[in-house]
Structure formats: C-alpha cells, structure tokens
Write a protein that binds this ligand. Sequence first.
Ligand SMILES: *Cc1c(COP(=O)(O)O)cnc(C)c1O
Length: 380
Amino acid sequence: MYNDITKFIHTLYGTDELVPLHVPVFLGNEKKYLNECIDTTFVSSVGKFVDRFEEMIAEYTGAKKTVVCVNGTSALHIALILVGVEREDEVITQALTFIATCNAIRYIGAHPVFIDVDRDTMGLSPVAVEKWLLANAEIKNGVCYNKTTGRRIKACVPMHTFGHPVHLDELVSVCEKYYIELVEDAAESLGSFYKGKHTGTFGKVGAISFNGNKTITTGGGGALLFHDEKLAKQAKHLTTQAKVNHKWEFIHDQIGYNYRMPNVNAALGFAQMEKLDVILANKRETADQYKKFFEEQADIEFFEEPKECKSNYWLNVILLKDKNAQQEFIEYTNEHGVMTRPVWCLMNKLDMFKDCQTDDLKNTSWFEERVVNIPSSVRI
Ligand SMILES: *Cc1c(COP(=O)(O)O)cnc(C)c1O
C-alpha cells in the first residue's frame, strides 16, 4: 500500500537496491589529504589539518574560534563544563533528542529537565521553557534555582532536530532573563542558519558532530564554536589533558581530557568542508523533490524548514497523519528496500532519565508517534 512511496524513493536514488538512510560521500580531496598525513607521518594530534579545519569551520559558521575534538558527545561534555555546569546542577533540554545530549549532562553528574518542543521546529520551545520556569524557578542573587528540588538551573541545551533551527532569538532572551547559560547542541545542524546566522553561534558555546551519518564526516569527530576566545583557549587546554605548554616538561594544571581530534580525521574533515556547499545544495534538492511528492499524498506531511531559517535537511522527516500507521509504514518500507526509522525513544522513557522532571511534553509525544525519517544521503 506504500508502493508508490518506495517506488518514488528508488527512482530518486536511481537504484533497485536498498536505499540507506544516510551514507557519507567523498567527492573531493579526501584521499589526497589522507595520503599527505601518512607521507608526512602527521597522523595524530599534531598537524596542519587540525588548524586548517578549525579555521575553516570558524570562517563558515561565523564563530570567532573553533576547537575540534574526538566526537560531538565530547564537544557537548566540554561545552557544559566550560559554561560552569557542576554536579547536582540542572540542565534544561528536550526529551526529543539523541542520547548524547543527556549523556553529556550526566557525565558531569548534572540532571536534565525535559521541556516540550515546538510544532514548527521539532526543537526546544522557548514558550514552554518560559512557562516551566515561571512555575518552577526562582532567582536568588542572579542564580536560577528549581523551587522543588532546590538545585541550581545552570544551562539550557536546545537541539536543532534533524537540522531544523529552534526559535533562537526567543530562547536567548528567556535564558538571559533567568540567568541560564545557553549551549546549542548543533550536532545535526552544520549548514543550518537562523535569520542568516549559523546555528551553534547563538549560545555561549555550540557543539557540532562529524559522525559518519552526519552532513559531513571526519569518521568520528566534533567541534566547539565560540565567540569568546578565552573560552576557546580553555577548551583547547581541557581537551589536551590540561597540559601546560612547555618544550619538555609534563605539567598539567587540572583534570583534563584526551579529546583532541587527530590530524587524519581533520584531513578528512577539511576535504569534506571544501564540498559542503555542493552537499547542502544536493540535499536541498532532495528535500524539494520529497516536498513536491508528498504534497500529493493525503495521509503524509513533509516537514519543512521553519520560517526565517535555512535548514541543512540533514535527515528528511515525514509526519504520518494517522499515528497508528507509523509501525506499518516503517515495516513496509524497510521490507521493500527503503530504510526508514522512527524518531529516538524519548529520553524521559529511558531508565537512566525516567525520574527527571518534565513538563507535559505534549508536542514531543505528538512527534514521537508520527515522525518517520526517510533516506537523505547525497545523490550522486
Ligand atoms: C550525533 C549527535 C551528537 C553527537 O554525536 P557523536 O556521535 O558523539 O559525534 C550529539 N547530539 C545529537 C543530537 C546528535 O545527533
């Protein structure tokens, strides 16, 4: 019964074989740069590609400074440490996210609070955040506390779901009003812009992922985006075992992390960045094709980029109007050579986070029952 859809997607990708959800593409200088690493022996944490990749990301995103690291999860971990999140603090985020967001919070011993998402962005709702804070928070001497738990509410981590930017202006102002630090989980949103400005550059720190399934990949990797160069310096220090710069002495001035991105990964990333515009244009074209196709399908809605935003369309989303159809749709398409996936299990339903405070998560539950991700790789 979903035969038209699987047929369309097979035609779109020009194959009769299995169409994966998202695979990386290597269109440029990847091999050349990797060879350069091997020929020069600079394969590990020192090398020119690390610096060049960092500069290129900063230039593209408009961040003042970028620090790359081993993956997006470690980038989030460092971001939260740098804005001052400590053990027993609370961090506001969305239940509709990938586990990495919450794991990073828990690595510090802090507690996520799950607030609803907006229907037009699929990301953290500033209106819901403000409503929750109004009912649950109090401010004492410029510090925000949860009236029920007595804990400090230190940070807020919105996630730009599948590359669609959240309502950033409004979130920035709610966070300011309540003395909460804004850290953007921009893991999925490289190439996504809100009112012409790149996602991940609105909060104090932004985190990007270059995992194999993301818009561009370094194999595994992540990046931190900063306006504040001092904070960026601290990030470099923390991700480098907090080693004090010295020609031969091993002095470390705090507990650090071995989170540096190796030069081979940066080489791959540098080559991928050179093709980012090509990749984004291709993905937008795919999204356009889906949009046109699903306009003709009565029971399915294609999720479009929010107003005043340019999304990267990392993973395309359709919404099944009949929530009871989701399971059947996913089974049919996967059995007929088209990989599709439901959205992540909501974070508040996982054992580790089931006791965390939430609001009503109304839109979150609505999405959970209807979202299906459809194939979104670059078409070559
Ligand atoms: C991919 C992703 C991350 C980071 O993942 P890594 O695999 O560690 O690079 C973080 N948050 C979200 C929402 C993600 O999708």
